[in-house]
Design a protein around this ligand. Structure first.
Ligand SMILES: [Fe+2]
Ligand SMILES: [Fe+2]
Length: 253
């Protein structure tokens, strides 16, 4: 890709930011997947690029555009339509059109790279993921972790049973996407957030995540303490044990 002058990069970032903010303005989308989530993913992308010493330009563009398909998904849900809309596909399909005013500056390759990262952002990791896709996936996953991850859980899953006693943490590690109202509690979601730690690939994202997980663990520990349950339930949870052996320093504070 030919080097794009910084002034042009700033103009493109400002354009995609305004486009996404105005698209979301009238849309009453999911509380955990709206414009605030997108702003945080942009922030995470910048933090990752700063830590990795890479150019934040295309990751920022991709982060602004990655979840625009949530609007169509939410509107279908509100209208009671049963059609299955996969938001990443819708977001990716919009990318070339959205970036078309800047096609001459960006070039086809950069636009295709952004489109691919957006299309793949919620898919499992692949060894074929481009550096841009890795950054977007890491930035998006970081927003599901730590205090914000817990906040998103409570806003998004408020109709779920909160927890079950005597063991409020559950004892089974369920695969992602098997959360439902009949087989889980709110407290199990932080453990899936811990699982996301193992999917991060940049060293900077892992470092950010480890700080978040220190607090997640302390939150879960305090939750049990306030309920008067034995801390062994938490410390014997397979996901906590997996995290403890991968990153023991998380548990040192
Ligand atoms: Fe997404
Ligand atoms: Fe997202």
């Amino acid at each position: 890709m030919t080097e794009i002058p910084q002034l042009e990069k700033d103009a493109i970032v400002s354009y995609v930011k305004n486009k996404t903010e105005s698209d979301f303005a009238p849309a009453n989308v999911y509380p955990a997947h709206g414009i605030d989530h997108i702003r945080r993913v942009v922030y995470n992308s910048t933090a990752i690029c700063t830590g990795e010493g890479t150019d934040p330009f295309l990751p920022t563009v991709a982060a602004w555009l990655h979840d625009n398909g949530r609007i169509a998904e939410w509107q279908a849900k509100l209208a009671g339509r049963k059609d299955r809309i996969f938001h990443a596909e819708v977001s990716a399909a919009e990318v070339p059109f959205t970036l078309s005013p800047y096609q001459d500056i960006l070039g086809e390759e950069a636009i295709a790279n952004v489109q691919q990262a957006v299309a793949l952002h919620s898919m499992p990791n692949s060894v074929d993921d481009s550096p841009l896709t890795v950054t977007l996936k890491d930035a998006d996953r970081l927003d599901g972790m730590g205090a914000i991850g817990i906040m998103r859980t409570f806003t998004d899953r408020h109709s779920f049973p909160s927890y079950n006693l005597p063991n409020p943490y559950g004892s089974v590690v369920r695969p992602l996407r098997e959360i439902n109202e009949s087989n889980t509690t709110l407290m199990e979601f932080p453990f899936l957030n811990i699982e996301w730690y193992f999917m991060l690939r940049s060293e900077t994202a892992k470092r950010i995540a480890e700080r978040k997980l220190e607090h997640t663990y302390q939150y879960l520990r305090m939750f049990g303490e306030e309920l008067g349950v034995d801390q062994a339930y938490l410390d014997n949870h397979p996901m906590v044990q997996k995290l403890r052996s991968a990153a023991p320093h998380i548990f040192e504070s």
